[in-house]
Design a protein around this ligand. Structure first.
Ligand code: SF4
Ligand code: SF4
Length: 143
């Protein structure tokens, strides 16, 4: 939620405080199997997705800020962090009113696996050896 210029305040009322309901963190571009396996782990968590924008990788986490009030206002407005204070603005449209296009988006572990297979040049046996482990443990559901 950005500065309280008249136009922007009106815009913020309409969008449902979208920018207070998620955050994105930069990721190192994956280079090997372990890197991709870590990305699979991120994507096993509900609501997470990974995207590439201008060649940079990001993890997007859907998580509503604990200070966002049901009214859409900020319960911490006077002490809100810099990221909130500097976000958006009438002359620098936020993500809700911009036409962002990600180069690529990965919504599930399967999608990042396919990308890994293509980027690392793996064949079918290598993929199964990488992802599927025969160990049966207490936590396994037997699949
Ligand atoms: S996403 Fe944009 S319009 Fe919506 S609350 Fe945030 S700054 Fe305002
Ligand atoms: S502190 Fe306020 S402005 Fe910042 S994300 Fe939370 S509700 Fe939004």
């Amino acid at each position: 939620m950005a500065e309280s210029g008249h136009d922007l305040a009106d815009a913020c009322r309409k969008c449902g405080s979208y920018c207070c309901t998620y955050y994105a963190l930069p990721l190192d571009e994956p280079e090997d199997k372990n890197d991709y396996d870590d990305l699979r782990w991120f994507l096993m968590h509900e609501g997470n997705y990974i995207y590439i924008e201008d060649g940079d990788w990001y993890l997007n986490v859907m998580a509503r800020c604990g200070y966002l009030l049901p009214s859409g206002r900020c319960a911490a407005y006077r002490m809100r962090p810099r990221i909130c204070r500097e976000h958006g603005g009438v002359e620098d449209p936020c993500e809700y009113y911009s036409e962002y296009t990600f180069e690529k988006t990965f919504l599930s572990p399967e999608e990042i696996e396919k990308h890994a297979v293509a980027m690392l040049g793996l064949d079918r046996d290598e993929v199964e050896g990488w992802f599927i482990h025969e160990d049966e443990g207490f936590w396994s559901d037997g699949q």
